[in-house]
Design a protein around this ligand. Structure first.
Ligand code: ZN
Length: 437
């Protein structure tokens, strides 16, 4: 982290404390960090998970063999800038040049990166344009702040340092928005959950038990909502948060309906495929409907209030394997949408896998959405559909009947003390266009 960013994000006192803590994690050679990467890999592997590690290209250029070995063992390495700079402040030309050079470094190391995460979880529109032009498949820099509350539902106290992080990351509010991938003109945008490791340890200064509770709470909420929990745990902090990581993966591995453990490239690939599936619900005769899903073998439908063969899934819902079936139903098992409802609600329902029809006839549908204001909440829409009487059919968000998804990710910003010290110098060079590798 550059000094400027550090001061903006924390204040001078927090910055000095952090610098001391960070320096203690790195050594003169990469062996201390290699031990952390190995522990990280092993903990995830114990649960059948493989991590995504976005790596700064100049760090990869200095340690290609070490990082290549982890990629061979199943870790995904995504691009985390040429240098560790603030991409929200870079113009198009700078990003086009530096990200292309980063890709070149990855390719020379024998890697084919498909994703990008901005340092400090920051980016701008030019970042996305450049990623599309360079053929990236996904982008994962947008922070989503999960609501923080205690066991009795009381709001947990934050502090100024935490609020500064929310500002720095332009964090979106998970209380209002669905936390799942979304298409952005050809790129799959994959959210990052916060509080992350840095917030937990250095801003909120939580102990082991509180850190574990923090991530378990995010996991519970993400599972209940069918969301994606993208854990951000930098490898240099893996010993400090190993307990929280293990507890979260333990909970996720045993939860039913099951959780889709995946790397970010796998999540992007699934979301892209899923976007090509079509679910059609039509009236075949009075009192009966025909459901037809055009999709690959990993897609699943979930129904409620319809007599159709399948296995019990969650609550009163049924997981349906079949691609095509007929069912008797007086009401259409889709979402009715009023004329005045904003257009983007319809696009949202489509990406959710919820078929809809425009209609003013509220009683003719299993669920009905009527929104007058432009400033609507995605979670409120989904909650109202959830509470509706049904019947309903929808395409599940995740493959093979999974209810939610979880990705273990952590940025590799430095592997040695030298990398760490070089970082702010490289970032300054890059800002003036005198980039180097
Ligand atoms: Zn970073």
């Amino acid at each position: 982290m550059s000094l400027v960013m550090s001061l903006r994000g924390r204040g001078a006192v927090g910055s000095a404390a952090r610098t001391a803590a960070v320096l203690s994690r790195f050594g003169a050679t990469a062996s201390a960090m290699a031990g952390r990467l190995e522990r990280y890999r092993a903990v995830a592997a114990g649960f059948g998970a493989r991590p995504t590690w976005p790596a700064t290209a100049c760090v990869l250029a200095r340690h290609p063999d070490l990082l290549r070995r982890y990629a061979d063992e199943g870790a995904e390495l995504a691009v985390h800038g040429l240098v560790h700079g603030d991409h929200a402040r870079y113009d198009y030309a700078t990003q086009r040049e530096t990200i292309a050079r980063a890709v070149g470094i990855f390719e020379r190391a024998g890697l084919e990166p498909s994703g990008f995460r901005g340092p400090y979880l920051r980016y701008n529109d030019a970042t996305l344009t450049v990623l599309r032009e360079l053929g990236f498949r996904y982008h994962s820099s947008q922070a989503f702040a999960f609501p923080r509350y205690g066991p009795s539902g009381n709001a947990l106290p934050g502090n100024r340092a935490y609020e500064l992080a929310l500002e720095l990351y332009s964090a979106r509010d998970a209380a209002r928005l669905a936390v799942r991938p979304r298409f952005r003109d050809g790129l799959v945008d994959i959210p990052v959950a916060i509080p992350d490791d840095e917030i937990i340890l250095e801003r909120l200064r939580l102990d082991d038990a509180a850190a574990t509770a923090e991530w378990l709470r995010i996991f519970d909420l993400s599972h209940a909502r069918g969301d994606l929990f993208t854990i951000q745990l930098h490898p240099e902090r893996v010993y400090e948060l190993e307990g929280a990581l293990r507890a979260t993966l333990t909970a996720a591995a045993s939860r039913r309906p099951r959780v889709f453990f995946a790397r970010l490239d796998e999540i992007a690939e699934w979301w892209r495929r899923r976007g090509g599936f079509t679910l059609a619900v039509t009236r075949s005769a009075p009192g009966s409907v025909r459901v037809n899903l055009d999709a690959d073998g990993e897609a699943r439908l979930v129904t409620r209030g319809l007599a159709v063969d399948g296995e019990p899934w969650d609550g009163s819902e049924t997981l349906v394997d079949r691609r095509s079936f007929e069912a008797s139903s007086e009401r259409m098992p889709v979402v009715g949408v009023s004329r005045r409802t904003p257009r983007d609600v319809r696009a949202f329902l489509t990406e959710e896998g919820l078929p809809y029809e425009d209609s003013e006839d509220r009683g003719a549908y299993g669920a009905y959405v009527d929104i007058a204001e432009a400033d609507w909440s995605e979670t409120a829409v989904l909650d109202s559909i959830e509470r509706s009487p049904g019947p309903l059919v929808r395409l599940l968000r995740w493959p093979r009947g999974a209810r939610s998804a979880l990705a273990v990710t952590g940025d590799i910003d430095a592997l040695t003390l030298k990398d760490f010290v070089l970082r702010s110098w490289e970032t300054r060079q890059s800002a003036f266009g005198r980039t180097h590798t």
